[in-house]
Every structure is written in C-alpha cells, then in structure tokens.
Design a protein around this ligand. Structure first.
Ligand code: C2E
Ligand code: CA
Ligand code: CA
Length: 658
C-alpha cells in the first residue's frame, strides 16, 4: 500500500507497479530474490540497524513472478506470430517471382518449340498458340489472337497460303474428327512437291484440345530416299533385283485375272567386260548408264525394268501377243543398244544377248521364270551373241548336257580321248588325192563318238580349244609325215585360237617337231574368225602365211560370204560350203554364184574346193564350174589314219572311177 501510494502513476498497471517496487527496493534496501521451498519466491529486503541488528522484510512474490513469466510467454508468442506472418510474406513474394519466371520460361518454351502449337477451350476458341505455328503456316501475327474461333483459325491457315489449301482442308477434317471423338491422334498430311505436315492432337480436361504441327517434309524426303536406295541401282537409277522381284511377283499373281500373258526378258551386254577392262571403270559405268537410258526408251509405262547387277538387266511386260511381241521387243532392244555410244570421246560398241521366258498363268513363280529366262539367255550367248532366244522346255536338259560335256572336256585331252579322222581332198584335174582334211573326233567313255559340232563351240567358249587345237596341229603334222610327200594336210583353226596371239608359235612348233615342210600344211579358217578382231587376227594370219603354209577360207557361202575378204587377205584357197553344192542341182542361181566365185578365184590364182559332194550329178555340176578340188562322201567319209595309209600302199598311183 505504501508502495502504491508512493507510485500512484503505476495505477493498476501491474508491470509498472512491479518495476516500481523493484526499483524502490533497490533504492532502499538492495533487492534480493530468494527461492523458497515449494517453488515459491520471496523478495527479501534487509537493512542494518544501528547497533548491529538486521531488520528484514520478506515479500512473497511467487504470484507476481508467475504472472510476469506468463506475460513474457505471451509476448514471445506474439513475436513468433509476427515473424510467421513476415515469413509467409516472403514466401508469397518468392512464389510470385517463381511464377513470373515460370511464365517467362513457358513463353520461351512455347515460342522456341520446333513444332507449332495450338490450344483451344471447350468453346472452340483459341487459348494459346506459338510463333512457330504462325511461321509454319505463314500467318500474320496480327491476324491471330486468343479468343479466335477454331473455324477462323483454319480459315487463316488456308488464306495465308503457307501450305497447300488441300492440305489445310485435310488437316481441318482430321482434327475435327479427333476433337468430336475426344480422342488423341497423330497423322501426316502430304501434298504435292513432297510437302508433309505431321499433326498430333489430344483432348484437354476442360473440353478443348491441344495440337502440335511439324513440318516433316525433309524427314519424309530422307525416308523416301532411303527407301529408293534400297530398291534401286545407284548407277542407272533403275529398280534393282529386290524391287524387280517384288513387282514381278505382283504381276504374276495378277495374271489370273487378266487375258494377257507375261514375258520376262533377261539381258546381258556382250563384250561389256572388254570395255571395262580396256577403257576403265568410269567409261564402263557411263556405258551402263547410257544403256539403261536406251533400254527405258524401248519400253512402255506398264513394263517393268531393272538392273539385276553387273551388265545384266531384266524386263517384264504383259501382252496378248506372245511370244511375238517379246521377240519384237527383244529385236528392238538389240538394235537400240548396239548402236555405237560416244563416251568421253571414245566410240564404244557393245551388243546385247536376250533370253525370253513366258508365264501363261498364275502357276509360274518368279524364280522359275527368272531361271528359265536366264537359261534362254545362256542359249542366246551360245548362239553367238547379239540374238534373242526363247526358252524351250528342252533347254534345261540341253544346258545340263552342255555342262556335263564341259566338265568331261576338261579331262579329255589328258585321257587321250581325241582322235583325228582324215577325209581326202580330190584334185579334179589330175584325179588324185591332193591332201586330207583332219577332222577331230572325241571318243567319250560313256557317250561314245562325239562329233565336233557338239563340243568345238564349248571348247571355244571355255578356252580349252587352245590346248585341243595344239594337239590337233601336232598330231596332224606328225601323221602327214607318214603320207606321201605330195600329199597335203589341212587343219581347221577356230577363231578362239587367235585370241592369245601364240597361234604362230604353236603352228611353228608343230612343224618343227614333226619335220613337216610348211608347204604341206593348210590351215582352214572361217569368216567369223576374221570378223572377231580384224586387225590383230589379220596380222597373225600374215605371220602364219610367212611360215610358208597355205591358208584356206572355209565354209564360204555361209555367214557374210563377203568377197571383200579376198582383198583383205591373200587366201590360197576358198572352200565352197556344202549347202551351196547341195542346192546347185535345184537352183540355177546357186550354180551361177558358184561359177562366178570359182571364175574369180581362178583369176586370182586361188584354189577352190567344193565341199559335201555326195553324188555324181553334183560332181558333174562342180566340174563344169572349173572348181579345182572336191571333197565329200562320194570320194570318202573321214577315215582313220591306218585306213588312209593302207590306201596308198594298195594303189601306187591312186585314181578312182570318178
Ligand atoms: P568343216 O570344216 O566344214 O568340215 C567338213 C564337215 O563336213 C565334216 O564334218 C565332214 O565330216 C562333213 N562332210 C564331209 N563330206 C560330207 C558330205 O559329203 N556330206 C555331208 N553331209 N557332210 C560331209 P565333221 O567332221 O563333223 O566336222 C564338223 C565341223 O567341225 C567342221 O566343219 C569343222 O568346222 C569343225 N572341226 C572338225 N575338226 C576340227 C578341228 O580339229 N578343229 C576345229 N577348230 N574345228 C574342227
Ligand atoms: Ca574345214
Ligand atoms: Ca567347211
């Protein structure tokens, strides 16, 4: 009370009162709080009394202290709350900032997307779009703002002209379909000129949709390129074997529903390897390209053509007129492709051989068709190239036979399976044997006696003719040494023997080894030999001639029968082909031709031999022409050497009744 009286300003402000009390105590007594038992507190004030005593006042301040601490706790809580509010404020500001950043990022992302983007709301109005979208469709930014109805969006896309109108219409149609069905979907719309737009659309929760648009033209072109490369030949740009097979299969399976048949032409360039080897690969490549172009020029739109590899091409086409139409096409291709090419200043000539196979209905499969055409091609090549040949059922057997013969031919020489027969050449003025033509025979262990017609060509194509021909020369020269001195021997040479250039050495060696004088040897060559490689063959012929032997032009009247050959080389003899002799009796013009050839030859001092004389009538006609020699079954078939030798022993001066 005294205290309160002394500090009226404290009023009922307990805090102020306590503070005043404490201050008062401190001032008068020096305050001292003391903890009492039972968690009570007292304020103890002591003062010394004069004379040595102490007066103490103890005030219980337990409640006071409790009140104070409650007050402090309340204060503390208030401060905490305050801090809390402040923190929240900071967080809110922070969130605001983040939102802003997010907005900026969203914008950046939206406008830097490689795809165009559109978002519409449930009322089919534009919410969001990006710059890429505008660019993609060449739309003016000013014409585009949120709120734009969907139909106007597409109208803007159409009007802007960034992509073809038809494409926009297709896009609109498809997007509306997806939107109506509330479905997600991706589709690509392509227009002319390879432009392609890929669109992805998905519905959004509020009822609108979001769609992205991407220009995939480049990608499509690249894919297209890869697809093309897998199915085409890089050089000629023609379909390759893979694509040809696919299309051929389609054509074959469609045949059942059509009234046309199908023809497959298998082409192989002749002498392409030679061009490649002599002029180099760049010219070889240029030749293939040019040949591919010419090939295309021979075809119609529906025909399919391919480069199967190397110098091989194939064509498949349909026609109601087979095989005639195929053979016509084949001939057209042969003449088109055989016309000389001018490539980097070189004039290049190649030919082409063609095999044709037909498929009449759906039963034939592509493999068989290709195999058959290939076999027919093989036949065409064997016929002497530059021709087309139609597959026949028998071809497979023929081919197998040929392959078997080829195999056996390789060992025939080692196994001594060859022999020579001799057919006399009859001198018509002296009625004596002027000489013998050596004709080869092959004693095959299984096939029996094989005629040269069946194996000489194979020997030529395989190159075996060089060793076989060498054997013939040696044997014929050696055999001739057993015959009378005035009897000549004639040996057939094949064109292939002139290929390597060592024919001169081979002949010289045969003469040397046997000791046969060169003037007793006659070599028979055909026009095809001269055709082969004119320059070098001619040079070799001159060198052979220089050895002192005689050279005869065989089978005259077949092939080109060009008298101009008589100017290019000084032949010693012309052998008139047996086909002429055979027809002389029935055709007056044949007789006239033979007489004029003989007449010309006589003037040029060239001996003539008529081949294939079988009857006395033929012999009479031949005699009339003034022909020098005759050969044929009428005089003798080709015979073995012992028989020939026996003939000379029996008749010292051989003459016959003819
Ligand atoms: P070639 O040179 O025209 O030989 C004449 C062919 O006519 C021989 O057939 C002969 O037997 C046959 N012949 C002879 N007189 C008559 C006859 O009165 N009537 C008939 N119809 N035919 C007759 P061969 O021996 O079958 O020879 C066929 C061809 O094979 C030869 O035709 C020749 O081109 C070739 N040849 C034969 N031997 C050789 C050879 O050693 N080397 C080469 N490269 N080819 C040869
Ligand atoms: Ca001959
Ligand atoms: Ca002949």
């Amino acid at each position: 009370g005294a205290l309160l009286g002394q500090y009226p300003e404290a009023g009922d402000d307990i805090e102020a009162f306590v503070a005043a009390t404490v201050a008062w105590h401190r001032e008068n007594f020096g305050p001292m709080e003391r903890e009492l038992p039972n968690s009570r507190w007292a304020l103890v004030t002591e003062r010394k009394i004069p004379g040595g005593g102490t007066v103490g006042i103890r005030t219980d301040i337990t409640d006071l202290k409790r009140a104070l601490s409650n007050l402090a706790a309340a204060n503390e809580r208030a401060r905490h709350a305050m801090e809390e509010v402040q923190l929240q404020n900071v967080a809110l500001r922070e969130r605001d900032r983040a939102l802003h950043i997010q907005n900026v990022l969203f914008d950046a992302a939206l406008n830097n997307m490689s795809q165009g983007l559109l978002m519409t709301d449930r009322n089919q109005r534009l919410i969001v779009h990006n710059k890429r979208f505008l660019d993609l469709f060449s739309i003016e930014p000013s014409a585009f703002a949120p709120g734009l109805p969907t139909k106007d969006i597409f109208a803007r896309m159409r009007d802007a002209g960034g992509i073809q109108v038809a494409m926009v219409e297709t896009i609109q149609l498809k997007q509306r379909g997806l939107a109506d069905a509330r479905q997600s979907g991706t589709f690509v719309v392509s227009g002319e000129g390879g432009q392609s737009i890929s669109v992805s659309q998905r519905p959004i929760a509020d009822g609108g949709w979001v769609a992205t648009y991407e220009d995939v033209s480049e990608q499509r072109r690249a894919e297209e390129h890869i697809r093309f490369a897998a199915h085409h030949d890089a050089l000629t740009k023609l379909p390759n074997r893979v694509l040809f097979r696919i299309r051929l299969d389609e054509m074959i399976s469609n045949l059942a529903h059509r009234d046309t048949d199908l023809a497959l032409l298998y082409l192989d360039l002749d002498r392409f390897k030679h061009v490649n080897d002599t002029l180099g690969h760049p010219i070889g490549d240029a030749l293939l390209e040019a040949a591919g172009r010419r090939l295309l020029s021979c075809l119609r739109g529906a025909d399919i053509v391919a480069r199967l590899g190397g110098d091989e091409f194939a064509i498949a086409f349909e026609s109601t007129d087979l095989p005639a139409a195929a053979e016509q096409l084949g001939q057209r291709i042969i003449s088109t492709l055989s016309t000389p090419y001018t490539l980097e200043g070189h004039t290049v000539i190649v030919g082409v051989s063609i095999g044709i196979a037909l498929a009449g209905d759906g039963h034939m499969n592509a493999d068989t068709l290709l195999k058959n055409a290939d076999m027919a091609l093989y036949q065409a090549k064997a016929k002497g190239r530059g021709v087309c040949s139609l597959f026949e059922a028998d071809m497979e057997r023929q081919l197998l036979t040929r392959l078997a013969i080829e195999e056996d031919l390789r060992v025939a020489l080692d196994r001594q399976e060859f022999e020579l027969l001799y057919q006399p050449l009859w001198d018509l003025s002296s009625n004596r044997i002027a000489g013998f033509e050596a004709l080869i025979r092959w004693n095959h262990p299984v096939r029996g006696l094989v005629s040269p017609a069946q194996f000489i060509q194979i020997a030529e194509e395989t190159g075996l003719i060089r060793s076989i021909g060498g054997w013939v020369l040696n044997k014929a020269c050696a055999d001739a040494m057993k015959l009378p001195d005035n009897v000549k021997v004639a040996v057939n040479l094949s064109g292939a023997q002139f290929d390597s250039g060592d024919i001169v050495n081979t002949v010289a060696a045969a003469l040397d080894a046997s000791g046969l004088p060169a003037n007793r040897l006659e070599l028979e060559i055909t026009e095809t030999t001269l055709l082969k490689n004119n320059e070098s063959t001619l040079a070799l012929l001159f060198r052979l001639h220089a050895l002192g032997l005689r050279i005869a032009l065989d089978d005259f009247g077949t092939g080109y029968s060009s008298l101009s050959y008589l100017r290019t080389f000084p032949f010693d003899k012309i052998k008139i082909d047996q086909s002429f002799v055979r027809e002389m009796a029935t055709r007056a013009d044949c007789a006239a031709i033979v007489s004029s050839i003989v007449g010309l030859a006589n003037k040029l001092n060239i001996t003539t031999t008529a081949e294939g004389i079988e009857t006395l009538d033929q012999l009479d006609l031949i005699r009339e022409t003034g022909c020098t020699e005759a050969q044929g079954y009428l005089f003798s078939v080709p015979r073995r050497l012992p028989e020939v030798l026996a003939y000379f022993v029996e008749s010292e001066a051989p003459t016959v009744a003819v």
